[in-house]
Ligand binder design. Structure first.
Ligand SMILES: *Cc1c(COP(=O)(O)O)cnc(C)c1O
Length: 424
């Protein structure tokens, strides 16, 4: 990166002045301007547009319109919102659906892919993957009779994944490769095009989990020849807690794959009430049951905000934010017992910077309870600093690092216990 960063709040304010996306912060509810929220990669902030839209949905569409709402936009929501998400991930409009959770979508696609791949008996993932993904893969294997082996690629430094691991793990027995595009702990960013190419050479299909990349960087599924993808909407897409997820299946694969969940919304004629299942044409076959309209409605205005900002501009700011965070880490945190837990090469890094510390858990308690900085903790020693470009300022990055340094210098964390709440 060519920006010569300097130390000090005045410099951070200059970066804020030059920030093309700075106006987007006003699109979000910021209840306490002094609270530095670095956890948008777990749960994004609430867009102001969502507040009024949900009020209208509940009071008017549901309260007054009742069942008529299904014909006034609810029924079409999975496809209509899917088309908008498609613009963020480089997919065609009819290749994306909003439905279920990421975990459930992965199950549907993994079972479909393994069935399609016939005799091939290996599934490849990595030790970086979100545990739910690995559990779902184990569950898919068990559902299909336990004849597949799950192979996990290992990392030498627990930050990066090397190409050599890939060459070791993927071969002509591999049915499916499933990876997080950006890994949740270190924020390592896979080269989607390269990895997809490798897998295809071996005859394997790939499912990309976009949870930590959608809304944070441009994803180019079609340009990379991607087969399938899944992702959530409540992280960098800001659609709210438990908002439904999305799935992508490349056009030419749709008719070849079948969902293992044969629900009526994925049937070819839901209101024909036929007693036998036959799959809907196209992407709709991956729907199962009725959509959670209350939470699905919140996805649309949030996705529109990201569309307006543009994923290239979002990525440009994200790279500056993470570069700046690492610059400050080098000056202020490495000497205070922290170790960088994310890639230094911006091309291999998502929109977060992880810093590791032996006392990470208590430092986080001090950050949240005393210093008004909210990061999150990922065992055993990761403090994840998520930098959502739509609402994080450079001044906040600078201030957050100063507050963390203050905790160490004044032993603030030593007043906290190691006791863990349910959600960290
Ligand atoms: C956040 C996240 C999930 C979440 O799964 P849900 O089923 O939506 O709870 C799954 N995979 C990855 C990689 C994630 O980061």
């Amino acid at each position: 990166m060519s920006i010569p960063f300097e130390i000090g709040q005045a410099f951070a304010r200059d970066l804020d002045m030059q920030d093309e996306l700075k106006a987007f912060r006003d699109e979000f509810v910021i209840a306490d301007p002094d609270l530095i929220y670095l956890d948008g990669n777990s749960l994004g902030r609430l867009p102001k547009a969502t507040v009024s839209l949900l009020r209208q949905l509940v009071e008017s569409e549901w309260g007054e319109g009742l069942i008529r709402g299904w014909n006034l936009g609810w029924w079409d929501a999975p496809r209509r919102i899917g088309e908008k998400i498609a613009t963020l991930i480089g997919a065609k409009p009819h290749e994306v659906l909003v439905a279920d959770s990421t975990s459930v979508n992965l199950f549907k696609l993994a079972v479909a892919a393994l069935r399609f791949q016939g005799k091939r008996d290996r599934v490849v993932s990595d030790v970086f993957n979100f545990p739910s993904d690995l559990y779902v893969l184990q569950g898919a294997i068990s559902t299909l009779g336990g004849r597949h082996e799950l192979v996990l690629m290992q990392s030498k430094d627990s930050i990066h994944m090397e190409d050599s691991e890939f060459e070791r793990a993927v071969n002509d027995r591999t049915a499916l490769v499933e990876l997080s595009h950006v890994t949740f702990k270190s924020g390592f960013l896979y080269d989607m095009e390269r990895v997809t190419g490798f897998a295809h050479e071996a005859g394997a299909l790939v499912i990309w989990d976009l949870c930590h990349s959608v809304g944070a960087l441009p994803v180019r599924l079609n340009a990379c020849g991607a087969d399938m993808a899944i992702g959530c909407t409540y992280k960098y897409l800001n659609a709210g807690p438990g908002a439904p997820a999305f799935l992508f299946v490349r056009e030419d694969l749709q008719e070849k794959l079948g969902s293992p969940v044969w629900g009526w919304l994925g049937q070819e004629n839901p209101f024909g009430f036929d007693l036998r299942y036959s799959p809907a044409p196209g992407i709709n076959r991956f729907l199962a049951g009725s959509s959670p309209i209350l939470s699905m409605t919140a996805v649309e205005p949030a996705v529109e905000l990201v569309q307006r900002a543009g994923t290239d501009r979002i990525r440009a700011k994200s790279v500056r934010l993470t570069e700046y965070m690492i610059f400050l880490y080098d000056r202020f945190l490495s000497s205070r017992g922290f170790v960088l837990g994310s890639p230094r090469d911006e091309r291999r890094r998502g929109s977060q910077v992880s810093i590791r510390h032996a006392d990470a858990f208590r430092i986080i308690r001090a950050m949240i309870e005393d210093m008004k900085v909210i990061p999150d903790f990922r065992a055993p020693d990761n403090i994840r600093l998520g930098l959502t470009p739509l609402y994080i300022s450079f001044s906040e990055v600078c201030e957050a690092v100063q507050r963390i340094a203050h905790i160490i210098d004044h032993n603030v964390h030593e007043r906290f216990t190691h006791e863990r709440p349910t959600v960290t």
